[in-house]
Structure formats: structure tokens, C-alpha cells
Design a protein around this ligand. Structure first.
Ligand SMILES: [Zn+2]
Length: 68
């Protein structure tokens, strides 16, 4: 069975978690926790969050179009 694609790194590994329907793999989850004190990785997470919200916005927009 395929795992969903991680919204941060694109990996389809198991053991991650789902946030608002988007998948975050175990590695990235671990990094996210660690990088709270790591300024270099912080920029990566800002970029990832932008992609995350873009995906959500696209989903919401698509849903509204379907509903009409
Ligand atoms: Zn990942």
C-alpha cells in the first residue's frame, strides 16, 4: 500500500502524521521538532509551510468549484 506523499520532502515513508489532510513523514516531523532551535532549518520550514498552504488553498478552491 502506498503512503501519502510528505508535503515537505515528497517522501512516501510510513510512520508520519497527517495535519489537516496533508501528510508529514516521520523524518520531517522529527526535524520540525528539532528545528525549533535551528535557524537554518527554520527557513526550510517556512518554505514548506507555504507549499502546505498552497496545497490546502488549491483543495478548498477546487471544492468550491465542484460545489457550484
Ligand atoms: Zn518528509
Amino acid at each position: 500500500m502506498d503512503n501519502p506523499e510528505c508535503f515537505s520532502c515528497g517522501a512516501s515513508t510510513s510512520g508520519g502524521l497527517k495535519i489537516l489532510g496533508q501528510y508529514l513523514c516521520e523524518n520531517c516531523e522529527t526535524s520540525l521538532v528539532k528545528c525549533q532551535t535551528d535557524k537554518f532549518e527554520y527557513q526550510h520550514w517556512i518554505d514548506s509551510c507555504h507549499r502546505f498552504w498552497e496545497k490546502l488553498n488549491r483543495k478548498i478552491t477546487g471544492f468550491e468549484e465542484e460545489a457550484e
